[in-house]
Write a protein that binds this ligand. Sequence first.
Ligand code: ADP
Ligand code: NA
Length: 322
Amino acid sequence: MQPTSDSLQLGNYLGALTQWVALQDDNEAIYCVVDLHALTVAPDPAVLRERTRRTAAQYLAAGVDPARSLLFVQSHVPEHAELAWLLSCHTGFGEAGRMTQFKDKSAKQGAEGTTVGLFTYPVLMAADILLYDTNLVPVGEDQRQHLELTRDLAVRLNSRFGAGTVVVPEPHIVRSTAKIYDLQDPTSKMSKSATSPNGLIELLDDPKVIAKRIRSAVTDTEREIRFDVAAKPGISNLLTIFSALTDRPVASLEADYDGKGYGDLKKDLADVVVAWVEPFQQRVFGYLDDPASLDDLLAAGAEKARDIAGGTLDRLYERSGL
Ligand code: ADP
Ligand code: NA
């Protein structure tokens, strides 16, 4: 999780965060706020520091449990940067150059605007994963190629330095997750990089603003409340959000709203979202209003992470002749 925004949007929460939090029930889960990765977008230092805290607070508020799981900030565990250097000496220049995310971003920024950090970003990500003898990595489509690189590096290290040098991680495909669309442009996915904020539900926004955006969501010229993504993307998106936050099947919502108007659905959904978001925000601001405790919690996480990461790095240094 990159600390690159002040607030997660609802798509991040329903499409990713809730699934990641659920993984801690059956796994030893490790959550890391990757502030070193965020340096690739040249953030303002004070903004980065604040966003690192806000990101951690939102994960905690969503249910990451530091008593059961590891939660820490990447830069607090210097082994990440150390292993990244070692891995970069095993990564082909051409191999790294084939990463489509690098190709896309560097094409937009031009050669002079593109940093070496952006180029080696996937190598740092491989270090994040391999340091913890990770078995499973929950990844979306956009990170699949980076995980493949991590696996190639792991296989290579094991063949150069002996079996068992590192664990080869597997992708963890999360069961079909809710995809949330922009409220104003319901054929595009909700994204914090949207051109207008009006289509976004930002989790830390004023609940009144959130309710207003839902009531102003784009729908269609019919009257029927029915789930049909192709013909009725706006209404379908509202039903998806309603269903995800209430755990009610879409079919039962369709039955409930049979004969009612779009305004009724929007008003009720606004109430549902506000009733959910208010206690979420209270938890987030509870952490943010007590920065010393939050910093202690993150420092304790980093200490535990260093125990594991240090062992892996020692093994790799030893086998590398360092
Ligand atoms: P954003 O588009 O807001 O920048 P990211 O690309 O940082 O979001 O995605 C973070 C995680 O949230 C990813 O796992 C991604 O699949 C998930 N995600 C982002 N937007 C949505 C959405 N609209 N619906 C479902 N999942 C989403
Ligand atoms: Na994005």
